[in-house]
Design a binder for this molecule. Structure first.
Ligand SMILES: Cc1cc2nc3c(=O)[nH]c(=O)nc-3n(C[C@H](O)[C@H](O)[C@H](O)COP(=O)(O)OP(=O)(O)OC[C@H]3O[C@@H](n4cnc5c(N)ncnc54)[C@H](O)[C@@H]3O)c2cc1C
Ligand code: SF4
Length: 475
């Protein structure tokens, strides 16, 4: 006879309700609609409440997953929120964009049956319920310390998830935090990169609103290395955290890349998301009106660019990738969603050159057909050209999504800041401290392009160290 525990584990994972593909391919509303209360309760009830929960070890910020699910199962949503917030400052964001299949859900014991607990969806449900109950005014989950008039001050440069998390930890401990952001809106990639159909801007704004409530000030249009200088900041601030991300696009380096109609994914997505060009001319920023769109790359950024182009009215969108579907680095869910929405895949293909008309406008891209050779010593199959197999793909908008690297503006302007061979900041893995005393760094500017939760983990570690030092000095 099955035990109660076995019965629980056998129930099917509750599916996420989504907008139908044909409808959502033409709007910027969120694709995944979120669990209802009944669905969340059903999914929470599947959790086995393991004595040694493996899921927690898969979470870079160690959310007490079992405990929040237990509270949710008991109907205590606010307590579940408080538990999540004890280690995760942006749960409504993480519940939406974290690659849970490689993290907490990848470690869940029910993964063995192919049906891990939908931890991300439950986290999102709890965070959204809290935001709805408090009319989009998130709190920290526990009372913040009063910020004294003579409180030590911390400066964060950049306002992506690394800085936001560091700022939250410091403000929570009663330190005065100012965030300096180069753009006119705070949030980093959460605002300018990840499209609203995956992460609504209202969710990010609500999380940032919580930080403002906790006393964090945002100084927008401030460029570290130009309008503010790290060494100057150190005269006013007891600690500086650098979380400027890795936003410099990498290009293909093939002929014709300077033609009108070839964009980096960064620029394309920034225009649509930050500039809200989907609402042009109501909003001031236009976007390039591509009808036949080709996207290069196969990561999450490429999927976001392709799906955005679809929504901006493209007749066709192709993703060009030189390997096969099995090697595509994007999340499986994102690839499936893109395909359902009509994005087509030109696999085993690599660009040779872009072709333009007499006015230098992009007309097509020449693609070399590829094949995978036998696995090398590392087990990886290298793509190689198939001689003579070349095709021309009509294209009036090309979006290059090959990745990014560090932007040198702040790095070059900060003498004494040690970088590694790849041009990222060297930082202590435990504390985040750089080669300059009391200057910390974390997120993509240290690791290279990674994930939201890893950036948050780094911001949290640095924030805790700053609090330890500055509160220690105060005592
Ligand atoms: C399109 C796209 C989709 C993604 N999708 C996912 C996903 O689904 N899940 C996931 O986990 N990760 C995803 N990522 C990766 C993730 O967003 C990043 O790893 C994460 O945002 C890094 O956080 P960060 O705080 O280090 O930097 P960022 O988020 O890059 O923020 C850095 C901030 O610093 C500002 N800045 C830069 N230079 C300066 C300066 N000199 N002075 C002042 N401010 C400056 C920038 O304007 C920006 O606001 C995606 C990335 C992109 C581009
Ligand atoms: S490992 Fe899975 S089943 Fe066990 S406590 Fe974590 S989420 Fe629940």
């Amino acid at each position: 006879m099955e035990t109660k525990r076995e019965k629980k584990g056998l129930a099917d994972r509750v599916a996420m309700p989504c907008q139908p593909a044909k409808v959502r391919a033409h709007n910027f509303e969120e694709v995944a609609l979120g669990y209802s209360g009944k669905e969340a309760a059903q999914e929470a009830a599947r959790c086995l409440q393991c004595k040694k929960p493996r899921c927690v070890s898969g979470c870079p910020v160690e959310v007490p997953i079992r405990d929040f699910i237990a509270q949710l199962d008991a109907g205590n949503i606010e307590e579940a929120y408080r538990i999540i917030k004890s280690t995760n400052s942006l749960p409504a964001v993480c519940g939406r964009v974290c690659p849970q299949e490689h993290q907490c859900e990848g470690k869940c014991i029910l993964n063995a049956k192919g049906q891990p607990i939908a931890i991300g969806r439950l986290e999102r449900f709890v965070a959204d319920s809290h935001l709805a109950a408090t009319e989009n005014a998130p709190d920290s989950g526990h009372p913040a310390c009063e910020i004294a008039a003579d409180a030590k001050k911390v400066a964060c440069i950049g306002s992506g998830p690394a800085s936001l998390t560091c700022a939250g930890v410091c403000a929570q401990a009663g330190l005065k935090v100012d965030v300096f952001e180069a753009l006119h809106e705070a949030g980093g990639v959460l605002i300018y990169g990840i499209p609203s159909f995956r992460l609504p801007k209202t969710v990010v704004a609500a999380e940032i609103g919580g930080l403002k409530e906790a006393g964090v000030d945002f100084r927008l249009n401030h460029v570290g290395g130009r309008t503010v200088d790290v060494n100057e900041l150190l005269k006013e601030y007891a600690a500086v955290f650098i979380g400027v991300g890795a936003g410099l696009p990498i290009f293909l380096g093939v002929p014709g890349e300077n033609l009108v109609g070839v964009f980096s994914a960064n620029e394309y997505l920034t225009r649509v998301n930050l500039g809200r060009s989907y609402d042009f001319p109501v909003q001031d920023t236009p976007s390039f009106p591509g009808r036949k769109v080709t996207v290069f790359g196969a990561g999450n950024v490429a999927m976001d660019a392709a799906r955005t182009a679809m929504r901006m009215g493209a007749e066709s969108v192709h993703i060009v990738y030189r390997r096969t579907r099995a090697e595509m680095p994007a999340r499986a869910e994102e690839i499936e969603h893109a395909e359902e929405e009509g994005v087509q895949f030109a696999l085993l293909s690599a660009p040779l050159c872009f072709n333009g008309d007499e006015q230098m406008r992009l007309k097509s891209v020449t693609l070399q057909k590829m094949r995978l050779c036998e696995p090398d010593a590392s087990g990886r199959c290298k793509p190689e050209p198939i001689p003579g197999q070349v095709v021309e793909q009509p294209t009036d908008l090309a979006i290059v999504a090959l990745g990014t690297r560090s932007n040198p503006i702040l790095l070059d302007a900060t003498p004494g800041l040690k970088l590694n061979a790849k041009g990222y900041i060297e930082a202590d893995p435990e504390t985040g401290e750089t080669s300059i005393a009391n200057v910390f760094a974390g997120g993509d500017i240290v690791t290279g392009a990674a994930t939201v939760i890893l950036a948050m983990g780094a911001g949290r570690r640095a924030g805790k160290e700053i609090v330890r030092r500055l509160k220690g000095l105060n005592d």
